[in-house]
Design a protein around this ligand. Structure first.
Ligand code: 1CP
Length: 380
């Protein structure tokens, strides 16, 4: 489906931005940078806004969700906004009893442990989301209207990461109940993953239709899996989730970068899809193979090695170690220069952290880091 003419990719507002160029595999003159979890607790203006509110209520308030998405863009001069929401928002909207507990994370009213539990959960109809996602679409539209030529990234949790919360009932280190269910009840597992893919895919599609210029699938906890389990029991559901946005295209003039042929006047591009996980060095190739355009790399695998594992043809995103944000500036600077250098081996590179911004990060360090990335990549 071709995106509406008013969509910022179709209208041309964001199609030439550094971020979208890099996601489409062309290396821009200056390396784009944004930070996972850039919106949120590291910003005093966020903490001020959040006083007396509940996380999920804020996510469903279009004015607040839009304002919080814009805060880090105003402050840091990053090359993209990420929509302020949470991976469990579509679960809440479809009727799952889930809340976000401060300092902890998502907590379920009831863990989904048996095949009967899966039947009960999947009786909730994902089509309910067509109406229920209205506040999300409204929040994205508000943010995009303010962002102008800066692209907004939409996101969703991958089915395994969401299933990990559903089955464990809350945050977990090893996701052991989820991995048990995968093998003990393979049919129930497949049903749970297919339902979760549908729910999270609709959440992602709503954001892109409302104006997001790229889509990132977070499989934060996929690093708990063996390659064989990932390929057999998880990757098909992740592919089904991104199939909800895979068909969305926009048209650019043929003179505009890679993919152009001499005789065509325009080229169709799909909305770029980024796939990220933590501790997923062994899974990088499979994570690309689900149909992603860009692979996010955590801080454990250097980008030149990640590029080698990906076959040398895939744009990469990453991978500054978040721990170094609190190290002395010269230590952080040397690390960032190294990340940029290794990122040069890939077709294109979007600088990011190897996981989210730690809550106690000094926001001025992030602003300074953005300046460093822009200066170094432009040749200073
Ligand atoms: O700028 C941004 O990225 C902010 C928007 C955002 C995103 C992309 C939030 C707000 N959450 C997420 C995604 C998210 N949520 C992921 C994937 C990214 C990642 O791996 O970091 C995951 C795993 C969650 C689940 C979650 N929600 C956690 C982690 C819990 C655990 O298992 O360790 C937590 C703490 C939350 C709550 C949450 N989500 C977002 C914020 C700002 C908060 C904190 C809310 C609060 O307590 O005030």
């Amino acid at each position: 489906m071709i995106l509406d003419a008013h969509h910022p990719l179709s209208s041309g507002l964001t199609a030439d931005s550094r971020l979208i160029q890099a996601y489409q595999g062309t290396r821009p003159a200056v390396t784009p940078v944004w930070f996972m979890r850039q919106a949120g607790r590291s910003l005093p203006e966020y903490r001020e806004l959040r006083v007396g509110t509940r996380m999920l209520d804020v996510c469903l308030d279009p004015e607040l969700a839009s304002e919080i998405s814009l805060q880090p863009v105003r402050r840091h001069n990053v090359d993209a906004g990420i929509f302020f929401s949470d991976i469990v928002v579509p679960l809440k909207l479809v009727g799952v009893d889930v809340s976000i507990v401060a300092g902890k994370g998502p907590v379920l009213g009831k863990a989904v442990r048996t095949s009967a539990d899966v039947d009960e959960l999947t009786a909730l109809d994902p089509a309910l989301l067509d109406d229920a996602l209205a506040p999300i679409s409204a929040a994205v539209a508000l943010a995009v209207a303010q962002l102008g030529s800066t692209p907004l990234i939409g996101f969703a949790g991958a089915p395994f990461t969401l299933a990990a919360y559903l089955v464990e009932g809350g945050p977990s280190k090893d996701h052991i109940h989820a991995r048990t269910l995968m093998h003990a009840e393979p049919e129930a597992w497949a049903k749970l993953m297919a339902w979760t893919a549908d729910v999270t895919g609709r959440f992602l599609r709503a954001q892109v239709l409302a104006g997001a210029s790229a889509a990132q699938l977070f499989d934060s906890w996929a690093g708990a899996l063996s390659l064989a389990d990932y390929a057999a029991s998880v990757a098909p559901a992740s592919a089904a989730a991104i199939a909800h946005v895979r068909d969305l295209t926009y048209t650019v003039p043929a003179s505009n970068g890679a993919g152009a042929t001499a005789d065509a006047e325009t080229v169709d591009r799909n909305v770029p899809i980024v796939h990220f996980g933590v501790g997923t060095g062994e899974l990088l190739k499979e994570m690309h193979n689900i149909g992603a355009d860009v692979v996010g790399v955590d801080y454990r695998v250097p980008l030149d090695e990640a590029n080698r594992r990906l076959g040398g043809a895939v744009p990469v995103q990453g991978n500054v170690d978040p721990a170094l944000l609190a190290a002395p500036w010269p230590v952080l600077e040397a690390h960032v220069r190294d990340v940029l250098e290794r990122g040069r081996s890939a077709p294109s590179h979007v600088l990011n952290l190897g996981h989210g911004v730690p809550p106690d990060t000094d926001p001025d360090v992030l602003t300074r880091l953005v300046g460093l990335v822009h200066d170094v990549s432009a040749g200073e």
